[in-house]
Design a protein around this ligand. Structure first.
Ligand code: MLT
Length: 211
């Protein structure tokens, strides 16, 4: 018998079905130059048995996939952030219905963390929560979303040459103002992830109430 046709989606993506009932599905969002495969091993480590939904960013910067355009390092094209966050929100809704998923927890790194922050601020119902690894403010003046105690873990690097401490503190404020329950920690690290990131993120996910 012929296999059922794959559902059509707006984003190239990799999907790993969940194996553990109640484990939160993870929406994996890679950094600049990454792809849909990059964070799959990380997702499997952070929450074994969770469904993993991992799209590839649709913007190309010198051939490197990203989730939205930037004008320079740390200077974002905010109209594009808004547009791309909307497209990603639509993709998540379509994938949830195709794969029968609960609202996912985003795990975003760098550019992927920034689009996850934009999703939280612009489309507050899309995510059940988020782990933002080396995130920055995606929108200078976001609308005040209703994040109703949504859990967000922000992990920053004390020696991150890309993300100034004041910028990530401003993002934490924006999310708190919108009602999110934000845990913001600064690790002895640069922009790259360290073992401490994995340990903190794993413990934070394990402590989430299971659905
Ligand atoms: C960005 O969104 O541009 C990031 O914060 C930095 C990067 O992806 O290199």
């Amino acid at each position: 018998m012929a296999a059922a046709p794959e559902p059509q989606h707006s984003f190239i993506h990799h999907f790993v079905p969940g194996r553990v009932a109640g484990a939160p599905p993870l929406l994996l969002l890679h950094g600049t130059g990454g792809n849909e495969h990059d964070l799959v091993p990380l997702g499997g480590r952070l929450s074994p048995g969770s469904a993993l939904l991992s799209p590839r960013g649709q913007v190309l910067e010198n051939g490197m996939p990203r989730f939205f355009r930037r004008l320079a390092e740390g200077v974002f094209d905010e109209a594009d952030v808004i547009r791309r966050a909307g497209e990603l929100a639509d993709f998540v809704a379509a994938a949830r219905s195709a794969y029968d998923l609960a609202a996912p927890v985003a795990v975003g790194f760098s550019n992927g963390a920034n689009i996850a922050a934009a999703l939280l601020l612009l489309h507050p119902d899309v995510l059940a929560g988020a782990i933002l690894l080396r995130a920055m403010v995606p929108l200078a003046e976001p609308p005040v979303a209703a994040l109703a105690s949504k859990p967000v873990l922000l992990l920053a690097g004390a020696a991150d040459p890309i993300v100034p401490a004041a910028n990530v503190a401003r993002l934490a404020d924006q999310l708190r103002t919108a009602g999110a329950s934000v845990t913001h920690q600064t690790l002895p690290a640069g922009h790259n992830l360290t073992q401490a990131d994995l340990d903190r993120a794993t413990a934070w996910l394990a402590a989430l109430p299971h659905g």
